[in-house]
Write a protein that binds this ligand. Structure first.
Ligand code: TXA
Ligand code: MG
Length: 322
């Protein structure tokens, strides 16, 4: 069910759930101060309760309502990248709902860079918790139609067009002493963050003992329903294609840029990281809908600028040990 801005605000204020656009992916939003509303997110997504949610704000001044500490390092990052695809995990104020925190002592905050959603948050005087608007472990949505295909037509969706970044935000946790750690790669790279802070991440300096737990980062994530195999290059992918053909299996392929192309349904992502990220989930949704026996996916090069796309593809292609 598509709703307009006024309807979306009213529903959220009444404790209902609304799928909202952001620049990364669509989020399944609920009032972050209303536990009953937040429980609906977990129920709809079939998400385990110990997976914390990201709280979406519209102004940096609101951060102090949520955190016990806003270290200078985190302030620098917020000033450099907000509104934008960066989530900061910070020590939570005691009153912050345990449902949002998933039982952690920290809370995740982000100001999304999407005008419609910023207007919604401002006009409605709302702070909303919003995980990606898909079922647990499935592909994230980058259009209103993806949300409806995954969660059903009855879900209220505020249509803000296709997401421009296309994959989930970079998540960084910052300790009270200002040390930081990358929890999830995104299109704002670890190197760009280190450059703003002027100090490498804890992991970069290899301080393993200080690494906190990362809830909700399951290996099996962002997955299409069709079995998916990953290949380091087009030649390896093509060999697998030929062997699939020889046993009369159907397949479809996702390639990075031009080159050796199998004679099956193929989507080529541009060999430019930002463009590939923008198109990634739509390509995977499209390939998944073809209902072939196997998706053959080329991994982009193992370079920093491709880290986030490689991360999502690796999770989509992860096979749990038998
Ligand atoms: O781009 C995004 O971040 C999108 C849009 C909607 O904003 N949201 C998103 O939410 O990707 P979700 O729930 O799919 O992923 C949120 C992840 C969790 O899986 C968890 O790893 C991390 O954020 N997270 C949230 N709160 C945390 C906390 N207090 N400590 C550590 N990790 C946390
Ligand atoms: Mg998600």
């Amino acid at each position: 069910m598509r709703v307009n801005l006024t309807e979306a605000i009213k529903l959220l204020q009444e404790g209902e759930v609304v799928a909202i656009p952001t620049e990364t992916v669509y989020g399944l939003a609920a009032d972050a101060t209303n536990d009953a509303a937040l429980q609906k997110i977990f129920a709809i997504k079939q998400r385990p309760a110990d997976h914390p949610l990201i709280v979406h704000l519209h102004h940096i001044n609101q951060v102090q309502d949520w955190v016990a500490d806003f270290p200078a390092t985190a302030v620098k990052l917020a000033q450099a990248f907000w509104p934008g695809a960066l989530t900061l995990v910070l020590p939570a104020k005691a009153h912050v709902s345990r449902v949002v925190r998933g039982g952690e002592s920290t809370v995740a905050l982000r100001i999304p860079n999407h005008d419609l959603t910023l207007t919604l948050l401002k006009l409605g005087q709302l702070s909303v918790a919003a995980p990606s608007a898909n079922l647990f472990t499935q592909l994230s949505p980058t259009t209103a139609a993806h949300v409806e295909a995954g969660l059903g037509q009855q879900i209220a969706v505020l249509d803000g067009g296709a997401c421009q970044v296309g994959i989930e935000s970079t998540i960084v946790s910052v300790n009270a002493d200002g040390q930081w750690l990358l929890l999830r790669p995104g299109m704002i790279s670890e190197q760009a963050i280190a450059a703003v802070i002027g100090q490498p991440s804890l992991e970069m300096v290899n301080a393993r003992s200080a690494v906190p737990k990362v809830p909700g980062q399951h290996l099996l994530h962002y997955s299409p329903r069709t079995p998916l195999s990953l290949f380091q290059d087009k030649a390896a992918l093509h060999r697998s294609y030929l062997s699939q053909m020889s046993v009369h299996k159907t397949c479809a392929a996702l390639l990075i840029g031009e080159g050796l192309t199998p004679d099956c349904a193929v989507i080529k992502l541009p060999a430019i990281p930002a463009m590939a990220a923008e198109q990634l989930y739509n390509a995977l949704h499209t390939l998944d809908d073809m209902k072939v026996d196997e998706l053959l996916v080329e991994l982009p090069p193992d370079l920093p600028e491709w880290a986030a796309v490689r991360d999502r593809l690796s999770r989509a292609g992860y096979h749990p040990p038998i």
